[in-house]
Design a binder for this molecule. Sequence first.
Ligand code: ADP
Ligand code: MG
Length: 697
Amino acid sequence: MSELKTIEVPVKGMDCAECTQHVQHAIAGLQGVESVNVFLASEKAVIRLDPARVEMPAIRKAVADAGYSVPETDPAKMESEQRTTEDFTRRILTLFAVVFGFVLFVVVVGEWLGLFEELTARVPFWLGAGLVILAGLPIFRNVIRSALHRQITSHMLMSLGVLAALAVGQWATAAVVICFMYVGEYVENFTTERARRAVKNLTALAPQTARVERDGQEIELPIADVRVGDTVVVRPGDKIPVDGQVLEGQATVNQSAITGESMPVEVSVGANVFAATIAQLGSLRVRATHIGADTTFGHIIKLVEEAEANRADVQRFADKFTAYYLPIVAGIAAVTFLISRNPLATAAVLVVACSCSIALATPIAMLASVGAAAQRGLLIKGGKYLEALARADVVLLDKTGTLTLGKPQITDVVSLNGIGEMELLTLAASAERDSEHPLARAVRELAREKNLALVAPHEFQSIPGMGIRAQVNDKQIAVGNARLVPDANAAQNARNLEAQGKTLLYVAVQDELIGLLAASDTLRPEVPDAVKQLRALGVKKIELLTGDNERTASALAQQLGVDFRANLLPQDKIAIVREYQKQKHTVVMIGDGVNDAPALAQANVGIAMGVAGSDVALEAAHVALMRDDWNLVPDVFRIAQRTMRVVKTNLAFTAIYNTLGLTLAAFGFLPPILAAAAQSLPDLGILGNSSRLLRQK
Ligand code: ADP
Ligand code: MG
């Protein structure tokens, strides 16, 4: 068997939630396809397949057989064509909406005045019925196609209602039902399109061209032709086309496309810049390190587009519900007919309950929230996480780099054993040379300030949650906390320094303690207020988890008014998350995404801080905050709660409305004409309610 490959295929024509499932089934049924994910928002299918066994034409045919299409791939041409036809359909559909708003009005008033009976009496039946069938032709064609695929659709039931009305000679009623089927279709198209727009707005920010230096010449290239290592020239006002490193120049850069923060930052030689951000003042020469889909911005787009794959339970519930709902309605209609022998009541039952909005409302709400949040620097990887955030009752916080700025400074160097302070620092900094830990950076920084010459370490070994070991000058050096260095407790001064909230690094040579370094890290200023807001949003338990010592942790926890556990190893953090989950709590873990990635992954929702530029963190987190701003934390809880409120209101409203409608119709209190009108109202209401989420403040 040859190697599996993942490909993306654009799919056109999907505008309801059932559609994605039809396409999904069609592709999954092919030989050689391992898995398929179909996305409504980005109109594509992501397929994992064995390229030796499936080919494009087969996929295209399967999709076409299911009633959808795969456009030929000339991306540039496709894009522009698509836009013009979309504009066109939008205009036509708006026209439709206005016309049908008018129709709705006429229908209600007309029914009230008895005009339809007049009409039915005056116009010959064959003429009326002929018009109805002509008008409904496109719908009937789709219904027949679905029937051949053994799919039950809402249009199928409504078409039965139309037939029932025609059977008893009420062609005017049938005409009104057809009208409202078109109205429903319009509303669906319109709302799906709006939800898609949140994602499309984001995609539209992607850079298209770059000014590249080739053979001493500056040429403008489409982004696809830029290579890693190229030197890219950025002028004032330009969108930076690649992720890269500044070789020359200075500029203020607006990074809002990535971080949602419009306050520009200063960059100069050596700084990293991101694609899709905008250079405002000053020019830059940038060496490209990542291009297109590999850039941070490219990752963001992909994650947002594919957020649909992480479906919320409530969404699965809605899907299942629709699968059973239509057959149930058909059953109720059959019973109604058998008992009452009233074709009009039966038609009313078939017509009143068939709103696609139940299936569509939930994904639209989720999509709208994910899209709107992404534009503010908050990346949420799916409805599943919105759902969990809305009911979260335990929040666990990592300390270093999360609550604190992650830029600790060494404040004290204490030598024991008579060794010189500078020698102590030289040994420690040399041993820490290859560590990425913020504390290691602090040690190196101080050594640099003191102009100390470092020695290359050998056999470097990092022990997570404890410290590091390395050979320096043939001596075995250990730098870390009391767990790593055995007789650390003998150190004088230590208690004192810890009580000041400082983190201690003990330094040992051949397992003998020779001194200690004290580091202090500042709390991020927005944290205390953000923690208060989390409490107000209903989080019951907030706990600080840290690998640091008891006293340091306690000082910080007290300041914030939260619980804490200290001296933890990374695996202890995972165990604590599991422990809460076992007690049926929904756990949110907030970390820096790098050294606590496993605990983030274990939590129901893992939130990573300030991940711009860090692929590891972006990958590990369920929710990624693209800038280091704690205010985003309560924000994401608020967005989640709001989304779930909308979703639940939608479901409750639909349930009550449809039950009421079905009951009235079954007992013959609702004429089919009014049933058709009544059917389209919740569509408008629910979809309007969901798209409110697009406007997040
Ligand atoms: P936190 O849980 O607060 O994010 P970590 O798990 O990253 O902290 O580290 C826990 C403790 O391990 C630190 O407080 C420090 O004492 C020690 N430590 C970890 N890495 C290093 C290192 N490179 N040098 C010295 N000490 C370290
Ligand atoms: Mg940490």
